[in-house]
Design a binder for this molecule. Structure first.
Ligand SMILES: *Cc1c(COP(=O)(O)O)cnc(C)c1O
Length: 461
């Protein structure tokens, strides 16, 4: 049996490791040597040979690399799902990234008024752009749309009846359910209508009931109720259905002196009908219909950073801004910078050219076919087939965009997908009918060389 005594000491190995110490720091390098030597001792006791110093150093180096590798890494999205929530939703525009970088690198006038030299408000940074773009009286930007919903309900509906159709009591994803958020905010849920149908008469009935329960009496404007709409962003109700128009619902609420809150979820400034998809409600429509407060995400169809945007009447937004939760869910400087840069693209009418998700959505099938064909030529294999891309990210359920994908016939699609995921950078694709499909729509052009390298490597074996 090999003697453990011939195993080199940590000190002896450290003397040969100046570059590891320079790269990873002394304490971590020492820890890696200890861990490696301990593992080797176990191996030797189990009858294995003592490895050479060179092998030990190589093991230590790969351990150090593994320990310091970030768990969050860039991946190539070849799934064709544009707003892939698990892959971080919207990639940012160049201008948004530059703005984020500039804001991170140093100090900024986040809450500092450069004219007066006094304390300013972080809320002004995207507000003017949002006012210009939408005509809304006021705006607040928070961490994400889920926190916007929680904040708005806490500030405006605490202790009040929130009237909402049954068909809109949705789970948005990851267990985030509207009824639970209402409970958390101290609002009282009043469900109206049936799962498939809600009529104006249902709203009238609930508002009249709230009115007679109001401490002021039925002849006063209602202060104990709010009407809410939640966009069904991740499923659709079809068949025997009915729902009043947004304008009708808002008018009914206002006739009773009740405010109307609209959770759009995705919320888009651009009408997706021009890309052949069903209507997704736009932010402008909600405001035109007279809603008092509307909220939507920054990283869904807006194509910006994760954020929750709240627009609406100045008096109501003033209450929201003052609420203690507003501080808890506020947006940081980098996200405000990226959001502002994204909004400027809309203001300059260049969103479809500059914002990656709109470039992806607007890419024409001929262009996608040409990209898939070029991949096929490069690889000398595969087949270009018509397929469907989806928008994802809790928007446009059931809708798809015609695309062309590179289809690969491999022995085991699951094993092939696993190999692609293990590549650096990882490639995420999908299997369909025993073939692996790669959709060019969601692959950023600058990632194509890496994608092709990965495919070439695995197709050879
Ligand atoms: C996605 C969504 C939210 C949550 O938005 P996040 O930005 O993911 O927090 C809220 N409401 C609706 C209707 C949604 O679709």
């Amino acid at each position: 049996m090999t003697s453990l005594r011939s195993l080199p000491s940590v000190d002896c190995l450290l003397n040969q490791s100046a570059d590891l110490i320079a790269e990873y720091g002394r304490p971590l390098t020492v820890r890696a040597f200890r861990a490696t030597l301990q593992a080797i001792r176990g191996d030797v006791q189990a009858g294995k040979e003592i490895p050479s110093d060179e092998d030990i150093l190589a093991r230590v180096e790969s351990l150090l690399a593994a320990w310091t590798k970030p768990t969050l890494e860039a991946v190539i999205n070849a799934t064709g799902v544009i707003l892939h929530t698990n892959l971080g939703r919207a990639p940012l525009s160049k201008a948004a990234m530059d703005a984020m970088l500039a804001a991170s690198a140093g100090y900024v006038n986040l809450e500092f008024d450069l004219v007066t030299g006094k304390r300013g408000s972080r809320l002004i940074h995207a507000e003017a752009l949002l006012q210009q773009l939408t005509g809304a009286e006021a705006a607040v930007v928070v961490n994400n749309c889920a926190s916007a919903v929680l904040l708005v309900l806490s500030a405006l509906a605490k202790g009040k009846r929130v009237i909402i159709p049954r068909s809109q009591l949705v789970e948005i994803g990851g267990g985030f359910r509207i009824p639970d958020v209402m409970k958390q905010s101290g609002a009282k849920l009043v469900e109206i209508g049936a799962t498939n149908k809600v009529r104006l008469a249902d709203y009238e009935e609930a508002l009249t009931a709230a009115s007679s329960a109001s401490p002021l009496g039925a002849s006063y404007p209602l202060s104990n109720a709010v009407v809410m709409r939640v966009h069904r962003s991740n499923f659709r109700i079809i068949g025997f259905t009915e729902e009043p128009t947004l304008g009708e619902m808002v008018k009914t609420a206002h006739r009773h002196g009740v405010i109307f809150i609209d959770d759009l979820g995705s919320g888009t400034f651009i009408d997706v009908v021009r890309y052949g998809m069903v209507r997704e409600p736009t932010v402008q429509e909600s405001l035109a219909a007279g809603v008092d407060v509307v909220m939507f995400s920054g990283d869904k169809l807006l194509g910006g950073p994760q954020a929750g945007i709240i627009l609406g009447r100045a008096a109501l937004l003033a209450k929201i801004k003052k609420h203690p939760l507003a501080r808890a869910v506020r947006a940081d400087k980098t996200r405000l910078a990226a959001l502002s840069a994204t909004l400027v693209h809309y203001l300059k009418d260049e969103a479809e050219r500059e914002i990656p998700i709109w470039r992806m959505i607007s890419q024409r099938p001929e262009t996608l076919r040409a990209r898939a064909e070029a991949w096929k030529t490069e690889l000398g294999g595969g087949e270009v087939v018509p397929a469907e891309s989806t928008v994802g990210g809790g928007s446009l359920p059931g809708e798809s965009l015609p695309t062309f994908a590179l289809s690969l016939s491999v022995k085991s699609p699951d094993k092939f997908l696993a190999k692609l995921r293990n590549h650096a950078p990882p490639v995420i694709a999908r299997a369909e009918n025993d073939r692996v499909l790669l959709d060019p729509r969601t692959v950023l052009p600058e990632q194509e060389p890496d994608l092709l390298t990965a495919l070439r490597e695995f197709l050879e074996v």
